[in-house]
Write a protein that binds this ligand. Structure first.
Ligand SMILES: [Zn+2]
Length: 345
């Protein structure tokens, strides 16, 4: 079956959730169940070896690019350098592959999907400030830190086909429940579990909100053309019956965006996961392993120093403000009208 048709089939078959997924959505090539065994991961950012020094930061980068490159290297040790040509700035992997970090002014994207509001360059994917707990700022239209993604980077990190992603998946656990994730995300999940399990034993509400609903699933986001982060084994959903998705609710914002237990969000943020409750298009059940974004938030807040003495001068975290977006379109209008109630934004 041609890939495009397979895509359409999978999308039509799984329109219940958006970024969210259920374990039953996993493709037939079921992932192995070996325990997570990826490279060591630091607690501060959820990844990396913490041994980056000033010599690793390329010269000539602007302030944002310096922070981005530092955090990308910490998060993904296979990224080893950065290079520039007429097309723009590229991240260089240890096997020689390159991923465009930022296109040069006037340069057309040379690879990957055409840039749109949600499918963006690596630089743009890291541009919006993510508010770490206990911050829960308002999420007006345009505020969705981490919901914009570079699919070139995701495919380079995790694979571009179900088989390529699935072969690396390992089993992770949360309160005795199991799911499949990419190795670094699985290790991060297991550390969060070690932190959360004793708390959940004492607080029934936490346990109620920690019902696993699935990790890896190769499919698109409902109502959108782009792949779900679940397709890369970096996302999981918990308690969707309580923690809903914006398309299935008329509430804007949703009260749980403020009242969801900080203990859960903090435990996962500490291990490199972002929470979909901090998006305008909220996904309250959804956590996603994006250690580069957590790292950048920590740098902005002064919780993580850069390694060089010539640190960027403008490290103050930008105010959380809405990114201008169209009031309709991909973000707010489901392509499949049957997939969700209509929205009015
Ligand atoms: Zn999800």
């Amino acid at each position: 079956m041609p890939i495009l048709l397979l895509f359409i089939f999978l999308s039509c078959a799984h329109v219940v959730h958006a970024e969210t997924a259920e374990s039953s959505n996993a493709p037939s090539n079921a992932p192995p169940t070996a325990s997570a065994s990826a490279a060591p991961v630091s607690r501060a950012t959820g990844a990396g070896n913490g041994l980056i020094d000033a010599a690793d930061l390329p010269a000539g980068l602007d302030d944002a690019a310096q922070v981005d490159f530092y955090c990308l290297r910490r998060a993904y040790p296979q990224i080893t350098g950065m290079t520039t040509d007429a097309q723009g700035q590229w991240l260089v992997f240890n096997d020689g592959r390159r991923v465009l970090y930022d296109a040069a002014p006037g340069a057309a994207p040379s690879t990957g999907p055409q840039e749109s509001e949600w499918v963006v360059s690596v630089r743009t994917s890291m541009a919006e400030p993510y508010p770490l707990e206990p911050q829960r700022p308002d999420t007006p239209l345009g505020v969705s830190p981490g919901r914009r993604r570079s699919y070139d980077l995701l495919q380079a990190l995790y694979g571009s086909t179900p088989k390529a992603v699935g072969v690396h998946l390992v089993q992770a656990r949360l309160l005795g429940q199991h799911l499949h994730l990419s190795p670094a995300a699985a290790q991060a999940m297991n550390r969060a579990n070690a932190h959360l399990a004793p708390q959940a034993a004492q607080e029934p509400r936490l346990k109620t909100l920690l019902k696993m609903d699935g990790g890896f699933a190769w499919r698109r986001i409902a109502g959108e053309n782009r792949l779900s982060p679940h397709a890369f084994g970096i996302a999981f959903d918990i308690s969707p019956g309580i923690a809903t998705y914006w398309r299935w609710s008329k509430l804007r914002p949703h009260p749980l965006q403020q009242s969801y237990p900080p203990a859960i969000v903090e435990a996962f943020e500490n291990e490199g996961f972002i929470w979909g409750g901090k998006w305008h298009e909220y996904d309250l059940m959804h956590f996603e392993y994006r250690p580069e974004i957590i790292c950048k938030a920590r740098v902005w807040q002064g919780l993580e120093p850069l390694p060089n003495n010539d640190a960027p001068k403008n490290l103050a975290q930008p105010a959380v403000s809405a990114v201008p977006v169209a009031p309709s379109g991909e973000a707010t209008a489901p392509a499949d009208a049957s997939a969700a109630p209509s929205v009015s934004q």
